[in-house]
Design a protein around this ligand. Structure first.
Ligand code: HEM
Length: 386
């Protein structure tokens, strides 16, 4: 006999579904007095809350003091202005290309394809630090070299180096604070001495790094400049052994000391123009020198040098034989992310690395979506090569 007093669960669900279908056939929302519906609404509300909170967290809205990649990029824009289509740092530059001839020496430390004996095409970019693409070249400008090594068989390796002997700061926060401490005062054109003093007092390790940079003998231009990777990385060889290293590009061109009195207004592009002229005489070469750490050498602080007696290995020769303006050359749309690494090169524990990677990506995303204008350096003809 059917039980007509206690409905089965199947009947209940059929019943509640029937409640939602009005006699007219139109759909009706469940009554809010229905406990199940209230729970479902609460769960949906919770999910929406969690999604919104996650977005707010990632955007940094929940932690106004947190240094997010977006806030970092905003900092560059506040200090340098927004120059659409240009990098937020190292904005002034030219594209270069050539090749890297590996002598196979580094294969005992790293299994990266780029180190196997042979020649690998390279595309790169010379630049000046700072977010103003129209800045005049000057003796104090930090010079940069970004490189992308592209082995035919094997993964790409990207690196971005500068001509300083150590990085001025050891942490992303100190880099950000320095940006504002060094910001030129609109009235004097110089950093506010009080702000700089407060920054240095709060960052004594920066004082030590600045002393090393101050005592360094800088070269006259791009062609005779050593470019240092500064951050430590880990080489991993075929056997799986790890070695901490730093690398530099050391020029074959003879070192000419920089003239500190060089008038920066003589030719606003004199560093780039001298490089173009030098390239007319023939290709330029650099040795890729790998410095091997010993136990206790800091791998997490690019502002601290390693002792000068460390083993140095010559991994091969970089040849640059072609230059193009950014609009024509293929480097404008490359992000020289220091964490674009092949198998055989791994990051160290240096906190600058992940910060660089994230901020470069932020800078790239912004500039890629903007209108592009020609850069300030004019390269005559369809490129120059020897
Ligand atoms: C927290 C530390 C750093 C920050 C926030 C930072 C930020 C940036 C940004 C935003 C760019 C432009 C990226 C693009 O749009 O493609 C850039 C480019 C560059 N940076 Fe850094 N940087 C840092 C540390 C360093 C260090 C340690 C070095 C050198 C060892 C370096 C060398 C360069 C060079 C050479 C470029 C130009 C690369 C190119 O031509 O595209 N940076 N940096």
């Amino acid at each position: 006999m059917p039980n007509d007093s206690v409905p089965s669960s199947e009947e209940k669900s059929r019943g509640s579904a029937a409640n939602r279908a009005a006699p007219s056939g139109r759909y009706q929302l469940p009554s809010l007095s229905d406990r199940g519906a209230l729970i479902r609404l609460a769960v949906i509300g919770l999910l929406v809350f969690m999604v919104v909170t996650s977005f707010a967290y990632v955007a940094g809205w929940l932690s106004p003091g947190l240094l997010t990649p977006a806030r970092f990029a905003d900092g560059f824009e506040q200090v340098n202005g927004i120059h659409e289509g240009f990098r937020r740092n190292h904005a002034k530059g030219v594209c270069i290309s050539g090749s890297f001839q590996s002598n196979g020496q580094a294969t005992r430390l790293s299994r990266a394809a780029v180190f196997k004996t042979g020649t690998v095409p390279v595309i790169g970019r010379f630049s000046l630090a700072g977010g103003n693409p129209y800045v005049a070249d000057g003796p104090l400008a930090v010079r940069g070299l970004g490189l992308s090594f592209r082995p035919a068989r094997g993964q790409e390796w990207r690196t971005a180096m500068i001509n300083l002997p150590v990085f001025p700061v050891g942490t992303p926060q100190a880099f950000y604070d320095q940006l504002f401490a060094m910001r030129p005062d609109p009235t004097t054109g110089q950093p506010d001495p009080a702000k700089l003093k407060a920054f240095l007092a709060a960052n004594p390790d920066v004082v030590a790094a600045r002393a090393i940079i101050g005592a360094h003998r800088f070269s006259s231009g791009f062609a005779d400049s050593t470019f240092n990777g500064l951050n430590a990385f880990r080489f991993v060889n075929d056997a799986g052994d790890s070695t901490f290293v730093r690398w530099s590009m050391v020029p074959v061109d003879v070192f000419q000391p920089q003239d500190p009195s060089q008038p920066s207004n003589k030719d606003p592009n004199y560093l780039f123009d001298a490089f173009i002229e030098r390239l007319h005489q023939g290709p330029l070469r650099w040795h890729l020198i790998v410095t091997v750490a010993q136990g206790g050498d800091p791998t997490d602080n690019a502002s601290v040098p390693w002792p000068p007696d460390r083993q140095r290995l010559d991994a091969g020769t970089l040849t640059i034989d072609h230059i193009e303006a950014e609009t024509r050359g293929g480097c404008r749309d490359i992000n020289f992310d220091p964490l674009a690494l092949p198998s055989g090169i791994s990051p160290s524990d240096d906190p600058l690395l992940s910060a660089r990677s994230a901020v470069y990506s932020q800078s790239f995303t912004r500039r890629a979506g903007e209108k592009h204008s020609p850069g300030m350096v004019k390269v005559p003809g369809p490129g120059t090569g020897g």
